[in-house]
Design a binder for this molecule. Structure first.
Ligand SMILES: O=C(O)C(=O)C[C@]1(C(=O)O)C=C[C@@H](O)C=C1
Length: 371
């Protein structure tokens, strides 16, 4: 047995070097094709520039089509998601050549919102953390950045009211959505004594999403809600008796050690984020629309409001109610459905809803999240 080992090793070595030679050859072809693609993107930029006015370099509907196609033609062995992620990064680099896209997100660095921004725009986008959801809206409105990324709903804890309320005073449009699986970890610093933890920091929503796990494992430990998961991770760095609940990015950013992985109570815990920007997005072929509708609080108001969607065969994906900030017992409904505002049945339903509502605002039609 020990005698034929060297022969086996030599065989393996020869096979390995043959395969690596093939990989080198393939890499050279991929590199040449990526360069050719980037040249095309530069030409696209010239065409856009020549049209004058405010050239739109970032095209969400086109990006969604490119990513969907990458998934459709994928023959394996990589998963469709992996294939789309690779194309996501190639397109992000191509767009940066045309014109680097500037994106603000609800920070600080290391939050799930940053992760969502990277997932949606890729790593070549210039991203800037801001301290509050209102600030993200304000910076996009002021034109300091082109787009913003804000959380809007969590599968365990429900809607993020602050984001919805901002739409009441904003003229920005929704131009995309991203869904992120949220995994929470319990993490400590290198000076923390794991057996002497008396305090656990996290964002209130994350504490709520890990409530059962905390009750089972740390029933008597104080739970302290802070502004973000990244802030929780930052605090733990200098404290020997505390831990934080946060995600991978925060652990990496602050050099923390993960003590317990994936401690969220629901394994399908996910958060949906919106991309907000100044322009309306044309149809991509698989789109959603979000509306904000004000209705007087009268019997049957909600029924009247929703009937046109049913009549026109439109699939509602979410209905949220918020008290209007102008008082008067009016209510604001946030409605999401499948379809683009330019398609016939949607346009007909919107016309009917508009006639019944005190106010109707289309927040945006945008490609359904691909990744
Ligand atoms: O098709 C375009 O309009 C491009 O600018 C090219 C491209 C791409 O790399 O495929 C780059 C950026 C846009 O957001 C969409 C697509």
């Amino acid at each position: 047995m020990s005698q034929d080992m060297p022969e086996k090793t030599a065989d393996a070595e020869a096979r390995l070097s043959g395969l690596r030679e093939r990989i080198d050859g393939i890499d050279a072809k991929i590199a040449a094709l990526i360069s050719a693609r980037a040249e095309c993107a530069l030409e696209v930029a010239e065409v856009k520039k020549a049209t004058g006015g405010d050239a739109l370099y970032y095209r969400p509907e086109r990006e969604a089509q490119v990513l969907r196609r990458a998934m459709e033609r994928n023959a394996g062995p990589l998963t469709d998601e992996e294939m789309a992620r690779l194309f996501r990064e190639i397109m992000s680099a191509c767009l940066a050549l045309e014109e680097p896209v500037k994106v603000a997100y609800l920070g600080p660095e290391g939050t799930f919102t940053q992760q969502a921004a990277l997932k949606h725009f890729g790593h070549s986008a210039e991203s800037r953390p801001l301290a509050a959801i209102d600030e993200v809206f304000r910076e996009v409105e002021a034109g300091a950045v082109s787009y913003g990324v804000v959380p809007v709903e969590n599968s365990t804890e429900g809607v993020i009211n602050h984001t919805l309320d901002n739409f009441m005073h904003s003229n920005l449009h929704i131009c995309g959505e991203v869904e992120l699986r949220i995994h929470h970890h319990l993490m400590i610093s290198d000076i923390t004594r794991a057996d002497a933890i008396t305090r656990i920091y996290s964002h209130a929503q994350s504490l709520a999403q890990c409530r059962k796990w905390l009750d089972a494992h740390y029933p008597n430990v104080e739970r302290v809600a802070v502004a973000s998961n990244a802030e929780a991770a930052k605090r733990v760095k200098g404290e020997w008796n505390s831990a934080a609940i946060a995600g991978d990015m925060a652990a990496e950013l602050y050099g923390l050690k993960v003590l317990a992985e994936k401690i969220e109570d629901r394994p399908d815990n996910s958060t949906r984020f919106l991309i907000i920007g100044p322009e309306q997005v044309p149809a991509s072929g698989d789109d959603k629309t979000s509306l904000m509708v004000s209705m007087r609080n009268e019997p049957g108001a909600l029924h009247d409001l929703l009937a046109p969607f049913q009549e026109h065969g439109i699939d509602l994906t979410r209905v949220e109610t918020r008290p209007s900030q102008s008082g008067n017992w009016t209510y604001v409904f946030f409605i999401d459905f499948v379809g683009h505002r330019d398609s016939g049945n949607v346009a007909a339903a919107l016309k009917e809803v508009g006639a019944r509502a005190a106010d109707l605002k289309v927040l945006g039609s945008y490609p359904r999240g691909v990744l």
